[in-house]
Design a protein around this ligand. Sequence first.
Ligand code: NAD
Length: 467
Amino acid sequence: MSQIKFFEQVNKNFDRAAKYVKYKSGLLEQIKICNTTCHFTFPLRKDDGSIETIHAWRAQHSHHKLPTKGGIRYSLMVNEDEVQALAALMTYKCAVVDVPFGGAKGGVKIDSKKYSRDELERITRRLTFELIKKGFIGPDIDVPAPDYGTGAQEMAWILDTFQAVNPSINSEGCVTGKPIGLGGIRGRTEATGRGVFFGVREACDQGDDMKALGLSKGLDGKSVIVQGFGNVGYYSAKYLMEGGANIIGVAEYDGAIYNAKGIDVEALFKHRNETGSITGFNGAENIKDSKSVMERECDILVPAALENQITIDNAPRIKAKIIAEAANGPITQDAHDFFKDRGALIIPDNYLNAGGVTVSYFEWLRNLSHVRFGRMDQRFEENSARRMLQAIEALVGDKFPVDTLSKLVQGADERKLVDSGLEDTMITAYNEINDIKNEHGIDLRTAAFVSAINKVAIMYEKMGIFP
Ligand code: NAD
């Protein structure tokens, strides 16, 4: 598995799409290449007094727009190839959803489960110092975010370390995915999964595409299996269930569960928090071979763990008609081609998991503007709506029920504005790539790459670099 070169896979997809754009090979090469990569090594003093050497990388794939943006992951699979591939995916993803950043990615080669909280704090703070030293972090340079194995706590340590060295007015914008009290934004934690839901729902609303798959239009009643029940997997499953889908299987690294009648995602989340594992969940069958649950009959498979989970080895046994790539690079190119020949619909990662960076963009804007979304206009909107409804009441000589009135006058707060911006972004981008898909008769992944290449190339042309 580890021999699969991830960056090569991304570039193969790029090359496929390059046939549908009009740019010269030199410009395409410039877009494709990873602009800068840094390998850091530093010592960690462990709780038992021993010293361990930590390896970390940060890749900035494209400087066509600044800052560059991308998560930091903590995983034993991290290496230079992986961060470059993920950084490249970030460039294309940001372009697809019109988020004005270049792509970046970082990673620390550790299994975060094997370190104490204090050790993780020391690793994260030291990594931040290394990034500062090399000019690899800053609100206008490169802005990390959470990814596999990291979350709001790591982002808080990064912010605190950065601000200790750079106490500037915009320093809060040096990292996103922060806790709310430290300049984070409501809706960031769940954003990637929420975006996955909007994207899958939009795909299921394309009547002709569903007909071609032998499925009914709409998300309602569709059966779903999810691999990975971390941040992205949990929130994807939660919102898909709330949107009417039936979650029938969930796979984790230590086992899987299955129930054809459906799994209550919230109850499973609680069970995992209490026991540390999804297995042993009441009312579901335990499956030891975690990966095999992905091969069960279902309408939608959502890989939400790591890359290269679906290869040509297991693809022929996978029965899902829609594969929704919540994780980055979960399907190898040969497996992708296999599904394409079989007529399955793949909703690609470089579109589908863009919810995280979209809301990170909103968070960064909030940090630079120093004002919470909705602060200036929420009350104004509510008072205007109330005055209008009171005028209607006076005209008709009757009163609205109190409950109806309070619902009608609700102005938009930060959470609602973020959700609305995310929904709009995911729907608009889906329709853009779907139109490209239909125009050229290509798959959605290639269409997303075509969309991204066109948007990045225009930037270089505007700079006059490749007239
Ligand atoms: P996470 O660490 O919160 O969750 C990942 C989960 O996958 C964990 O629960 C882990 O135990 C599980 N897992 C690991 N190996 C597994 C295996 N072999 N089988 C089944 N489960 C396994 O990470 P995350 O933030 O949810 O990221 C998941 C994927 O989504 C990654 O590919 C990441 O790059 C991508 N992604 C994340 C974000 C974000 O905002 N967090 C944004 C875009 C893309």
